[in-house]
Design a protein around this ligand. Structure first.
Ligand code: HEC
Ligand code: HEC
Length: 436
């Protein structure tokens, strides 16, 4: 998530470590004490000095959701139709996703939260939350400057010692918030071939809508890929996003992102607070996986949001959705391609996104990131919308209506058509959006 730890150059040497290793996994263990993750939004306990040099503990938890239920799927279930070994990888990965890290295990020195689930917990592990992270930068001679030397563009708002705290520096004239997104169904999105996404780019705009693919070098393969994860489509694979999140949200260095973030770029402050050798996340010989791999397994095998049967009104709303051109960006369905996981292979993915960047005019967050300009944002998937309020990249919209009315730029035509709908048509559209 942080431009300065892009890690592109490392990637070539690390290709062999990437890939999906789902075969090995440990049997679930009985629950241990003190392993419950905090509810989203709760502050972690104050950092302690001289904590016991604990291993980064695992949090075994098995629930009935591990079996999934194809008849009554729920948020947080594993994908239907996965193998026993894949289910074990899902449970093992979820334990890591729920695990609370501590300084002895590598947390910090600067970080945002101490577990993935702290920001991705609603309505089930792997969801989103109203928690925002802060990005900052400035304009130097009219060009965006992420203030990398001062710790930008991502702020880590917490620290393991008071002396190592990072703040938004006074030089930062641009400040943006980014809302935590839900992760349901991301394995299917990962399995959509680059060519399928590229095919959505329009050379001749339709109703002002064009779209642009975000090309990134995927740190796990060293290859140029179409980015699709994050508000700016800044990562192409779940393993890359996992490594990025471990270092940038929790301060845990790993094989793809081996360098700690220095508080506001101050390496002396970093050295004074950092007691754990890098990389902090290493491969466990028992199962051949590091924590970044286990969390990626969990996200990859997480089922998409369970759709609701459309009411008559919602079925009408689907027509309205197409009539006012929402579908020009929020593509209802794309097909996944090949995948080592049969349950992800050649599936219809009802995501309601083209995974492209669009110029959103005044709705942009002014942060330049990779191929995305200050006004360009990725079309977010709309599946599961009923469980992911608040909306838009900074969570400014408390409901779906407000989110649509804030559309601008390439979406201006569509937004104006929405505004011109009768109250009854608007209700039908909202009923539809609440069912997908
Ligand atoms: C402090 C809150 C926070 C924590 C902790 C956190 N995330 Fe996130 N996550 C976010 C935010 C905010 C975004 C959107 C970031 C962006 O696009 O700039 C995000 C986005 C993502 C995405 C992209 C989702 C999509 O649909 O495009 C993935 C994948 C992800 N996080 C995985 C993880 C993993 C794995 C962990 C644990 C290592 C983690 N996150 C920890 C806040 C958090
Ligand atoms: C030009 C492409 C485009 C069109 C057309 C478009 N959208 Fe969007 N939509 C986006 C982008 C990009 C975002 C994210 C913007 C941001 O947060 O900065 C978004 C965000 C949203 C969100 C918030 C999603 C979330 O998870 O926060 C909703 C809801 C939404 N759009 C619904 C609609 C509806 C309904 C229509 C038709 C009236 C529509 N959009 C038309 C591109 C488009």
């Amino acid at each position: 998530m942080k431009a300065k730890t892009n890690g592109t150059l490392l990637s070539a040497a690390l290709i062999s470590l990437s890939g999906l290793v789902l075969a090995q996994s440990q049997p679930p263990r009985p629950p241990g004490p003190g392993t419950q993750p905090p509810p989203a939004g709760q502050r972690p306990p104050p950092p302690q000095q001289g904590m016991r040099p604990a291993q980064r503990t695992q949090t075994p938890q098995t629930t009935q959701a591990d079996m999934g239920n194809p008849l009554q799927p729920r948020f947080g279930d594993p994908l239907p139709g996965i193998t026993t070994a894949e289910r074990a990888a899902f449970v093992n990965g979820r334990n890591e996703f729920l695990n609370r890290e501590n300084p002895a295990g590598g947390l910090g020195p600067i970080f945002n939260r101490d577990s993935c689930v702290a920001c991705h917990g609603g309505p089930a592990p792997g969801g989103g939350s109203p928690i925002n992270v802060t990005r900052f930068g400035t304009l130097t001679n009219g060009v965006f400057d992420p203030l990398t030397a001062l710790g930008g563009s991502l702020l880590q708002e917490r620290s393991i010692t008071p002396q190592s705290r990072e703040v938004v520096p006074p030089q930062a004239l641009i400040r943006a918030r980014r809302n935590s997104t839900p992760l349901f169904g991301l394995g299917l999105i990962e399995a959509i071939p680059d060519v399928t996404i590229l095919a959505g780019v329009r050379t001749t705009p339709v109703d002002g809508v064009k779209g642009k693919a975000s090309m990134v070098i995927d740190v796990t393969s060293g290859q140029a890929r179409v980015g699709r994860f994050g508000w700016k489509a800044q990562q192409a694979t779940l393993l890359a996003f996992s490594g990025d999140a471990y270092v940038n949200e929790m301060g845990i260095t790993n094989r793809f992102f081996p360098t700690e973030n220095a508080p506001n770029g101050d390496t002396a402050k970093l050295a004074a607070a950092d007691q754990v050798a890098d990389p902090e996340d290493t491969i466990d010989p028992a199962n051949g996986k590091a924590d970044i791999d286990r969390s990626a397994d969990f996200m990859r095998l997480l089922a998409p949001p369970p759709p609701v049967t459309l009411s008559a009104s919602a079925a009408q709303g689907r027509n309205v959705f197409n009539q006012v051109n929402c579908h020009l960006c929020h593509t209802p369905t794309m097909m996944s391609g090949d995948s080592p996981v049969a349950a992800l292979r050649n599936k219809a993915v009802n995501l309601y996104s083209d995974l492209l960047l669009h110029d959103m005019g005044t709705l942009g967050d002014r942060i330049v990131q990779g191929d995305a300009s200050g006004t360009e944002m990725k079309t977010p998937p709309l599946w599961g919308l009923r469980a992911s309020a608040p909306y838009l990249h900074d969570g400014r919209a408390p409901n779906v209506d407000a989110a649509i009315r804030a559309h601008d730029g390439e979406a201006k035509g569509s937004r104006d058509r929405y505004n011109a709908l009768t109250p009854a048509q608007k209700q039908q559209l909202l009923d539809f959006l609440n069912s997908i």
